[in-house]
Write a protein that binds this ligand. Structure first.
Ligand SMILES: Nc1ncnc2c1ncn2[C@@H]1O[C@H](COP(=O)(O)OP(=O)(O)OP(=O)(O)O)[C@@H](O)[C@H]1O
Length: 237
């Protein structure tokens, strides 16, 4: 089975001078392509630290992170950000939209971070419009975030996460700020993206959400305490 990502004995220590916080103390797991994983665990167990490392937003203290077959520790900062932009889409609990931008402009944001910063062309704009329609916001492209409901804002952030057609989607409590009907809509979209073959890794506190995935990882004190497989990931194509 082809792996989208793999972590091997990953550690992350924060040196605060008087004390060293061991946020991750040696975590190993494989993420096959097409996996849909819920990372759970109590507050402070290391979930966000793990997601930050998986998103290549931060570097581990030790251990290996293999992303798309490459060892992330061998990449310089430019290579790392290019890899992150190409391979990973991010969805956050608080949506992280730019308030002055329209829906369409928010969806376009990752295109602004490409190497060389070329202007957004007609084909790319069409693609962003298609993504807006895909998440059900075809008639809202000129609206600004404050004119949208929480669920609609999260759909903008999902469209934005898809702009570079990433293989992996990292979601940090994507339904944390939403009511249960809207939560179901967002989970539907994530299920569709997973059915297309994308790997989804999601931090959640909610067991009812975690049950809708293929695998649950339970973290405790910076380690994986247990893993439960609910359904096999897609076989590699
Ligand atoms: N930048 C940092 N500097 C110092 N310590 C940190 C930093 N980030 C996280 N920690 C510590 O690392 C440990 C793990 O934190 P982390 O945020 O990964 O936990 P979490 O499981 O995501 O918690 P929560 O569910 O509350 O978001 C905690 O003890 C936290 O205080």
């Amino acid at each position: 089975m082809k792996l989208a990502a793999q972590v091997i004995d990953l550690t992350k220590f924060y040196d605060l001078g008087s004390v060293v916080v061991k946020a991750l103390r040696g975590v190993s797991t494989d993420f096959p392509e097409g996996d849909f994983v819920a990372i759970m665990g109590s507050s402070g167990s290391g979930k966000s630290t793990m997601l930050n490392l998986l998103g290549a937003l931060d570097r581990p203290t030790s251990g290996q992170y293999i992303l798309g077959g490459r060892d992330v520790s061998t990449l310089d900062d430019d290579e790392l950000s290019e890899m992150r932009n190409d391979m990973i889409g991010f969805i956050f609990q608080s949506f992280n939209l730019i308030t002055q931008y329209t829906v369409l402009e928010n969806i376009e944001v990752p295109l602004l971070y490409r190497s060389g910063y070329p202007a957004i062309g007609r084909i790319e704009r069409e693609w962003c419009m298609e993504l807006a329609r895909m998440v059900g916001l075809g008639d809202r492209m000129d609206h600004r975030p404050f004119q949208l409901s929480g669920g609609q804002q999260q759909r903008v952030s999902i469209a934005r996460a898809l702009v570079n057609d990433p293989q992996i989607i990292l979601a940090d409590e994507p339904t944390g700020n939403l009511d249960s009907a809207t939560e179901a809509e967002i989970m539907d979209i994530l299920h569709k993206l997973n059915a297309e073959g994308r790997t989804i890794i999601m931090v959640t506190h909610e067991p009812a959400i975690a049950k809708q995935t293929k695998r649950q990882i339970m973290m405790k004190d910076g380690l994986i305490e247990s893993e439960t497989i609910l359904q096999q990931a897609l076989p590699a194509s």
